[in-house]
Design a protein around this ligand. Structure first.
Ligand SMILES: O=C(O)CCC(=O)C(=O)O
Ligand SMILES: [Fe+2]
Length: 222
């Protein structure tokens, strides 16, 4: 399941982040790509050792966690390996799949990948995030502050930026529920039980769906 979240970052948070993304701090993005992704990765990123990185990466994780749809859709165990990337004119990231495990000493699994768009779409051209799906390509270019979250198993690419600068925060999620189809069933059940709760409160129907939601989570989660 691919899902987008609107307004993950508020306007003042976007400004706070952009004020701290100093182009001269950025380094070649090749540093964090797998051996094959390196061949097609042509962008820049903020090094984790930079002064701004720890607080900005916490801000991004907290913003995702407080979004009402995030927990239900992603069942996050840990959000990890956040990268602030920068694409100037001519930069792109060709077709690749993200590594299955990341995070240096911790070795978190990447079940879901996310991109939070940090630049307003009218401030650059090109730079679409494209998912290469079995029924064709699907292209995303969201408002600043919005996020797209997709299975890390997906082939994807970032098109060449042809004008302006594209900033993004990307990262990965190890989910409590490893299987994407299981996550989708849980998401649907959670959506339905919340809708029942809104209409009729803690009814028998609500309790039965909640029972099955919790039991499936126990069965599929780890
Ligand atoms: O910038 C993006 O939207 C995605 C970048 C990406 O695919 C990656 O860093 O692995
Ligand atoms: Fe990627």
């Amino acid at each position: 399941m691919i899902f987008s979240l609107e307004e993950v970052l508020k306007t003042e948070e976007l400004k706070h982040i952009s004020d701290r993304l100093n182009p001269s701090d950025f380094i070649d993005g090749q540093k964090t790509a797998g051996w094959h992704a390196k061949l097609v990765k042509n962008n820049q990123q903020l090094p984790k050792s930079s002064q701004a990185y720890p607080a900005l990466s916490e801000l991004v994780k907290n913003a995702l966690e407080r979004h009402p749809l995030f927990t239900s859709a992603a069942q996050p165990k840990v959000i990890h390996s956040v990268i602030f990337s920068r694409y100037e004119v001519g930069m792109s990231y060709g077709t690749h799949v993200d590594n299955a495990f990341m995070g240096g000493d911790n070795y978190w699994r990447s079940d879901l990948s996310f991109t939070i768009f940090l630049s307003p779409p009218d401030s650059y051209t090109g730079g679409e995030l494209v998912m290469e799906l079995s029924d064709g390509d699907r292209s995303y270019r969201l408002e600043a502050g919005a996020a797209i979250i997709y299975p890390a198993s997906t082939l994807h690419r970032v098109e060449t930026v042809t004008q302006g600068i594209r900033f993004a925060a990307v990262g990965w999620i190890q989910s409590l529920v490893r299987n994407s189809e299981h996550r989708e069933i849980l998401f649907d059940l959670d959506t339905v039980r919340r809708s029942i709760f809104a209409k009729e409160g803690k009814s028998l129907e609500f309790d039965l769906i909640s029972k099955n939601y919790a039991n499936l989570l126990r069965m599929w989660g780890s």
